[in-house]
Write a protein that binds this ligand. Structure first.
Ligand code: JBH
Length: 238
């Protein structure tokens, strides 16, 4: 079996992540040796009695800034030449399926979870290799954001989803929204499953699904169509 994907998450809230990493798909990935998760308590790398990890910004203003010394020490305690050091920050590149795929091919990821207001600029300049945002809304800290990225990445590690074979068929890897799905019963409170899905005609079912996915994407997420067109141009170009 290939080497596991190792993931270290540096945070002042290790407890927020522990349960999450033990459950469901992530728990199974760890149990089967495909991934290794470690949470690192940033406070263990402080040296003062108050275990201080943040301080007031130079120049004044609201909010607190994460101090550089504990972050450097924590990262350096686990970093290897091949490690990617990912800072979760609202100023990062918007997270998407492409980045999830590229991170899933790495051997070692170190997530740095900061405050919403930010981390000392020297951390970004000389410690971090990737800056990622999970979206334009305010979370108080990056631990939850890191958990989102870890989930999206680890499920793509070969073997983690077992024989489900879900990945290639998934809407986002194709750049479209999912088509409507139904399961039993065929009739529920007067609402019937579309006849075509029960027809047994696979070619017709495929065509219906493609049309539905395209129409849904057009009406709800036209931005995805634009993005998809641009990406297929990129592929032709290089
Ligand atoms: C990162 O991904 C960002 N989106 C929203 N809030 C955040 C808070 C801390 C780190 C984020």
């Amino acid at each position: 079996m290939s080497d596991p994907l190792e993931i270290d998450v540096i945070t002042i809230f290790p407890g927020m992540l522990r349960g999450f990493l033990e459950e469901s798909m992530l728990g199974r990935a760890a149990a089967s040796g495909l991934a290794v998760f470690r949470t690192i308590d940033l406070r263990d790398f402080t040296e003062d009695v108050h275990r201080t990890t943040d301080d007031r910004p130079y120049g004044g203003g609201p909010g607190m800034v994460m101090k550089p010394e504990p972050l450097f020490k924590a990262v350096e305690s686990v970093r290897r030449p091949e490690s990617r050091v990912v800072l979760m920050t609202p100023q990062g590149e918007p997270f998407g399926q492409r980045r999830a795929e590229s991170l899933s091919r790495e051997r070692h990821l170190i997530f740095v979870c900061g405050h919403y207001e930010g981390v000392d600029e020297r951390v970004r300049e000389s410690l971090v290799t990737d800056e990622i945002s999970i979206g334009d809304y305010v979370l108080t800290n990056g631990a939850l954001a890191a958990a989102v990225v870890v989930d999206a990445v680890v499920r793509l590690v070969p073997g983690v989803l077992g024989g489900e074979g879900a990945t290639e068929d998934e809407s986002f890897s194709e750049g479209l929204l999912e088509y409507p799905q139904y399961t039993r019963p065929a009739s529920f409170r007067g609402m019937d499953v579309p006849g075509i899905l029960k027809s047994g005609n696979h070619a017709e079912v495929d065509r219906w699904r493609r049309e539905q996915a395209a129409e849904r994407t057009r009406s709800r997420r036209p931005d995805l169509i634009t993005k998809r067109t641009e990406e297929s141009k990129d592929d032709e170009g290089g």
